[in-house]
Design a protein around this ligand. Structure first.
Ligand SMILES: [Zn+2]
Length: 392
């Protein structure tokens, strides 16, 4: 089987939205697609078989966390993260750049991180041990984790940085990503198990259009097999996400897959990203929100931009509610349980509460992606977007 390819099967006429088949050594991802986050080799409270049954095609794991625990020795023994967690589908890992860059202030082991031009010194939150994460180590960790799609090592820009710090982070990311690329190229993209991994370059620049465009030009000219977008602007306000992605979507080369790292903004953010040409995205808040009672609802249930397509099931008004989370949803949680019961479980810290809530939210986003895919194929993406985004 072909180890990695990206084939566009349908395009929207009015926007950059597209449907594609992203082929990896561990299966095909029909895009646009959502990758639930399995930070520590687990999508919290959902097992891999349930993930499949609620429509998930790919998961994203975290190089930084898995490097610290269980560590590379264990990961290598198991043959990588997908075998370790018994997920038989495609996997993505991120480079750890985001995690080490934002380990600020003092943790229980004193100053947690120091960033230099060569890499990041940091202390493990697990046992206080000292580490130096470089492009080379990040690529090695990701080789051992064995994902199909891996990310270049970077230092994302951030709202908490000064302009000077952001400029340094921007330039540093370019340098580190170039190093990541040469290391990956030297091993011809093959990991320690003999499988191919596609390396994505991560475009930075936040709201600065010229910076983003220049970074994109750099990623494209290097020849990375895929393009990722990162930074806080992707994860916050859907309007900012739309602004940032719109500004450069016209420069995206057509034949390369595009991933949005930590894409936020719920359905509105998803429509904005898909419209700008994003093929895959991950987001950990979809399951985090579930555990804190924020559950998605469809436009037919009253979901709209104002309520961000969600209810807070913890509100006392739902205590005696016998209805499903969503009348339009066919997930196992909605088919079998009531808002009142799920609220009770979450309030009582019963594990089943987190599980049912997470299953619903992941199912909901996967179902939205499925609707988006078929609307692109049938030429009705614009109408679907209207139905969701302009509904009241
Ligand atoms: Zn549901």
């Amino acid at each position: 089987m072909e180890e990695f390819s990206f084939e566009i099967v349908a395009k929207d006429k009015r926007s950059k939205a597209r449907c594609a088949k992203l082929k990896t050594a561990h299966g095909v991802i029909d895009t646009p697609a959502f990758a639930p986050v399995a930070t520590r080799a687990s999508v919290r409270s959902i097992d891999p078989f349930e993930l499949r049954s609620v429509g998930s095609q790919v998961v994203l794991s975290n190089a930084y966390h898995l490097f610290l625990r269980p560590g590379l020795k264990v990961m290598e023994k198991f043959g990588g993260v997908s075998k370790f967690m018994s997920w038989d589908g495609p996997t993505i890992t991120d480079s750890g750049g985001y995690q080490v860059s934002f380990v600020w202030g003092k943790g229980s082991y004193g100053n947690m991180a120091k960033i230099t031009d060569y890499g990041v010194y940091f202390r493990s939150y697990v046992d206080g041990s000292k580490h130096f994460l470089t492009p080379e180590l990040s690529l090695h960790i990701q080789s051992v984790l064995g994902a199909d799609i891996i990310m270049a090592f970077d230092q994302p820009m951030g709202y908490s940085y000064t302009d000077i710090e952001n400029n340094i982070a921007y330039k540093r990311s370019m340098k580190w990503e170039e190093e990541s690329y040469s290391i990956w190229e030297k091993r011809k993209g093959i990991n320690i198990y003999g499988n191919y991994q596609a390396l994505y370059g991560i475009v930075h620049g936040e709201k600065d259009k010229k910076k983003r465009k220049d970074f994109l030009d750099f990623v494209v000219s290097m020849g990375f097999p895929g393009i990722a977008f990162g930074g806080e602007t992707i994860g916050s306000d859907p309007k900012v996400t739309a602004f940032v992605l719109d500004a450069i979507s016209e420069y995206l080369p057509e034949g390369k897959p595009v991933h949005a790292l930590g894409l936020g903004g719920g359905p509105e953010g998803i429509f904005a990203a898909v419209e700008a040409g994003v093929d895959t995205f991950d987001n950990s808040s979809i399951t985090r929100m579930a555990r804190t009672g924020y559950l998605f609802i469809y436009p037919q249930d009253g979901g709209n931009r104002q309520n961000k397509f969600r209810i807070n099931v913890l509100r006392s008004v739902y205590a005696e509610d016998k209805g499903a989370i969503s009348e339009s949803c066919t997930c196992p949680a909605c088919l079998n349980f009531s808002r009142g019961y799920i609220r009770h479980l979450l309030v009582s810290n019963e594990m089943l509460g987190s599980r049912l809530a997470s299953i619903h939210n992941v199912y909901f986003i996967n179902d939205l992606m499925k609707k988006i895919r078929s609307s692109i194929v049938s030429g009705s993406f614009e109408a679907l977007k209207k139905e969701w985004i302009e509904s009241r």
